[in-house]
Design a protein around this ligand. Sequence first.
Ligand SMILES: *[C@@H]1O[C@H](CO)[C@@H](O)[C@H](O)[C@H]1NC(C)=O
Ligand SMILES: *[C@@H]1O[C@H](CO)[C@@H](O)[C@H](O)[C@H]1NC(C)=O
Ligand SMILES: *[C@@H]1O[C@H](CO)[C@@H](O)[C@H](O)[C@H]1NC(C)=O
Ligand SMILES: *[C@@H]1O[C@H](CO)[C@@H](O)[C@H](O)[C@H]1NC(C)=O
Length: 415
Amino acid sequence: MIPANSPALAAVITAAALMSSVATANPSPAAAKPATSSATPSTPEGSLDIVQLGAKGDGKTDSTKYILQAWKNACKATGTQKIVIPAGNFLTGAILLEGPCTSDIIIRLDGNLLGTGDLNAYKTNWIEIMRVNNFAINGHGTIDGQGPLVWNHNQCHKSYNCKILPNSLVLDFVTNAQIRGITLKNSKFFHLNMFQCKNIHIERLTITAPGDSPNTDGIHVGDSTNITIRSTSIQTGDDCISIGPGTKTVRISDVKCGPGHGISVGSLGRYKDEKDVEDLVVSNCTLKGTTNGLRIKSYEDSKSQLRATKFVYDDVKMENVSYPIIIDQKYCPNNICSKSGTSKVAVTDIVFKNIVGTSATPAAVTLNCANNLPCQGVQLHNVDVKFAGKGNTTIAVCNNVHGKSSNVAKPLACL
Ligand SMILES: *[C@@H]1O[C@H](CO)[C@@H](O)[C@H](O)[C@H]1NC(C)=O
Ligand SMILES: *[C@@H]1O[C@H](CO)[C@@H](O)[C@H](O)[C@H]1NC(C)=O
Ligand SMILES: *[C@@H]1O[C@H](CO)[C@@H](O)[C@H](O)[C@H]1NC(C)=O
Ligand SMILES: *[C@@H]1O[C@H](CO)[C@@H](O)[C@H](O)[C@H]1NC(C)=O
């Protein structure tokens, strides 16, 4: 054993301190790589650069097959393999990138991918990553859905059971993945959709679409666990981030939203057999000019029994948000549910703290819970949001809600 004061140990400590200071000063390069598989990288049978494979970045030639070829080459290799999409405008149709793969794959995206406006080129989604473990997308490129070419085909404002247009980037059954740095713009439907995913890290994305574009949600997460979204800016025509049933452990921080519909949990209870939404933390975010701020919504006549529980919203700034804090257990769009229905979605243990700024309607706080299933354990601490308009005063609308509050602006202190 080395005595605690030995020079040898001191040298070890100094080296460790040095290494950790280097690691702290520059954390991203190492973190940007997915966990490397134990296998040593093999040489893939074909190139992983789509231009070398034959793709043309002229914005007109269909590059779909070259991306599929690069994926095929990477997926059957071993170790970490990097697909390169260099600068250029690459037009494509549907791209299904399926695993399982024997390698870990990084897609380096520096060019622009353009989703064709020909809807016959898609079955459901545009770029779909499926059943892949240890995966990353990074770079400075753009995934451009070219939504303006097809938004007039969107019927979802007229009919609730409408045919949905292709989502831009979809992760299905993906585990241990990172998406960093890229831009998603003008999706035909959602920009980024995750279903049954686990351990996903999203950082420094830019997501943009016009404020009046239909169903262009920024990020939707459903049936997934351990999802982190940070340092991201989202301006769209629908939800900034929405979290669907069956989702657990979501961390959202340093996200800027607006225009759009805000950060939303729900809608819950629309279908049978939905699972709980649990353990959500939203911190250090700004919402600007959105219709909702922090929202939890469930159907008035929910079809399944579940819980929305253990949420913390901390340090969120509102700028002219129509409904900054809103729990709506009586959600019933287009009158599709029976008004006499009873809620089976229990909303419990929800903390709002350090929420400040302005609202565009008087109702800065709306806690509208069901008569048959009141919300429990709702807390408001350091909440001060003021109506920014004229000729009216700030109010809280609270029904069937139990909990406690401290240091809340007087008109909002309804708990
Ligand atoms: C959650 O996901 C991150 C990657 O985003 C990973 O580093 C971490 O270990 C995961 N946590 C658990 C408990 O699996
Ligand atoms: C909070 O947000 C600000 C502004 O977006 C950012 O500069 C800062 O790094 C964030 N802090 C944390 C702890 O996420
Ligand atoms: C606030 O929002 C309302 C409605 O969304 C809009 O009409 C108004 O111009 C906005 N005010 C400011 C100061 O941005
Ligand atoms: C003030 O706001 C409340 C709640 O939104 C609304 O019902 C009422 O009509 C408003 N009053 C005026 C004078 O605009």
